[in-house]
Structure formats: C-alpha cells, structure tokens
Unconditional design. Structure first.
Length: 249
C-alpha cells in the first residue's frame, strides 16, 4: 500500500496575523496542484485566520501543540476540543524544542497524542536524537524508546492514521541536514518499532516524515528514499516560494 506523502510547515514562533495572511495568500496558488498532503502549522493566534483563508483549498491547518485535558485550570494551554471546533486538523506533539525548553516528556507527549486522536485531530509526533546521542551510537535506542512511549495505549487502527516526524535535533535550524541514508535508516528503525508494538500492516500504514533543514535543494533526494513519507519544514516554510518548492519536490 502506497503511503500518500505529507509535507507540513512548522512556522514555530513566527508570523503575526497580518504576516500570516500574506504568506497564506501567496502560498495557496503555488501549492494548488500539489501531489501530496499539504499542512501548515502557524502559531495559535494565527489559526482562526489560517482556517478561514484555506477553506476550500488543499492546505490543511495544524497547531504546534495541544493540551491533554478537555478544559480546566491550565493557564496558557489550548485543548484538542478547542482546536477541533476551529477546524484545525493536525497538531504537532513533542517537538524537540518543547522537550528541550518547556519540560515536555515522553509521558506528556503520549497524553497529548491521545487527546488529539480522541478529538479527531491527527497528531504529528516528533522524535529525534541529540548530536551527543548520535555520536554515542544511541540513535536507534532513543528514537525507538520515544516512539514506544508516544504510542503507548493507542490502538493499531488509530496508529495507522497518525504521523510521526523524525527530527534529529542536530539538524534543526542548523543547515546541517541528515544524509538521506541516515534519515532513511532511522525512519526504518521507527517503523520497525511500530511493527514490533503492533503489526506489519500498522507499521506500513504510518506516515513518517523527516525534519531538520529540509529545503528546496534537498527535498527531492530525501523524498526519494523508500521510508521517508514527507517532511516537517521549519525555516523553509516561512517563504511561500521555498515551501511550495518543497511541496513540489
Ligand atoms: P528547520 O527546517 O528550520 O531546520 O526546522 C525543522 C523543524 O524543527 C520542523 O519542526
């Protein structure tokens, strides 16, 4: 079964609503004939506008985080139900920047992923090793442990619908992309972990993206690898022309 490629832009903490409007309006015609799923993940404040502007287009909207509770005393957080009611379809969960700077753990990543699925939002679950971990030969261990923890308690049928992003921390925002062989091998290891946890069918259905300095220049080579089903794009998603080129790798 062929997996449909999915290219997602993670805008991180960039773009005011007026800037977002300009970027989205520029992007819509450039990706209208894309052969893959196209997702953009703007900051929370841009989401209502992003959903409205992309209605009737082939661009889906994702959030950059989601809380696990439906509502309550969680100052500063946004629930999956809120996102769903807005028309948001995806949520990035467990990005390394959240793990690094905001105390995200494997356990909270799992809780966020479960809450997203329950509300009908597709989580894009991020995993990836640091440079020190790669150099110590721990990459496989790290990503398979992160994958196992993130998917704990989720049923196979739901796992088939979610997206995983393999983002080596050393490749994020550094201009230093993993080689296509490194990315393919580690994504293969994530898929093997899923097969071990569930079954071959489940592992073959899950879409796994690569993220980390992916850009118009390297997208085609990465996307040609058999295990790589898409990209999670940071810097290059902030310019309509660049993101469109990645989308049309
Ligand atoms: P860059 O593409 O800027 O390296 O960011 C990757 C990333 O973290 C996407 O989530």
């Amino acid at each position: 079964m062929a997996r449909r490629p999915i290219i997602a832009g993670n805008w991180k903490m960039n773009m005011t609503p007026s800037e977002a409007e300009g970027l989205i309006k520029a992007l819509i015609p450039l990706v209208a004939d894309a052969a893959c799923d196209v997702v953009i993940c703007p900051p929370f404040v841009d989401l209502p506008l992003a959903v409205t502007l992309t209605q009737g287009t082939n661009i889906a909207i994702g959030a950059q985080n989601v809380h696990w509770a439906e509502k309550g005393a969680f100052t500063g957080e946004i629930s999956a139900t809120m996102l769903k009611s807005l028309g948001v379809q995806y949520a990035i969960v467990g990005h390394s920047e959240r793990r690094q700077y905001f105390g995200e753990t494997d356990e909270t990543v799992n809780k966020r992923a479960c809450a997203a699925l329950q509300a009908g939002i597709t989580p894009i679950i991020c995993v990836g090793e640091s440079l020190a971990q790669r150099e110590a030969g721990e990459t496989e261990n790290i990503v398979s442990n992160q994958t196992e923890a993130a998917l704990a308690g989720i049923g196979a049928e739901e796992v088939k619908t979610l997206v995983i992003a393999y983002e080596p921390i050393w490749a994020i925002g550094t201009g230093k992309t993993a080689t296509k062989e490194q990315a393919n091998e580690t994504i293969g290891c994530i898929r093997a972990t899923i097969e071990h946890m569930f079954c071959r069918d489940t592992a073959q259905a899950v879409r796994i993206q690569y993220g980390g300095s992916m850009n118009p220049g390297n997208a085609a080579a990465l996307m040609a690898m058999p295990e790589i089903d898409g990209g999670l794009i940071g810097g290059a998603s902030l310019k309509a022309e660049d993101f469109a080129k990645v989308v049309k790798y």
